[in-house]
Write a new protein. Structure first.
Length: 136
């Protein structure tokens, strides 16, 4: 499957995602550096770009937004393979993520240490997916 550039995160969006989660992995809370110095990081779509219809502006606007993104740790010198990272487990399936799109609640550090902001965000993402994609 080829990526649709309409759904990619631009640099200001990636900065907003990083700021929201305090430049930490949304799954394991590993410090991923700051805006200037960063370990290998993946800006991950919570609602995958493959779920969107590029001809629908509402899909493009949401799927490419900071609201739909999290930072995840990626391959580093401490891991044996990409599947040993949070991005590898989310993107390629392992354990709680295997075979489906992870529920936004799985990204418990989406707002660093704010459980209330995280819960509100997860609810908004689920509501958007339910209303626009018919996900239950």
């Amino acid at each position: 499957m080829t990526r649709n550039p309409k759904f990619e995160f631009d640099k200001p969006t990636m900065r907003a995602i990083g700021d929201r989660c305090n430049y930490r992995c949304a799954v394991c809370c590993k410090n991923l550096g700051n805006d200037l110095v960063r370990t290998l990081t993946n800006y991950h779509h919570v609602i995958p770009s493959s779920a969107g219809d590029p001809s629908k502006q509402a899909h493009v606007d949401f799927i490419s937004s900071a609201e739909n993104g999290v930072m995840l740790c990626s391959l580093s010198s401490h891991t044996r393979s990409a599947k040993d990272t949070c991005h590898g487990r989310v993107a390629h399936g392992d354990g709680r993520f295997a075979g489906f799109t992870a529920d936004p609640e799985a990204f418990k550090h989406s707002h660093h240490m704010s459980k209330e902001k995280h819960s509100d965000w997860a609810k908004r993402v689920r509501e958007w997916a339910t209303e626009n994609l018919g996900w239950a």
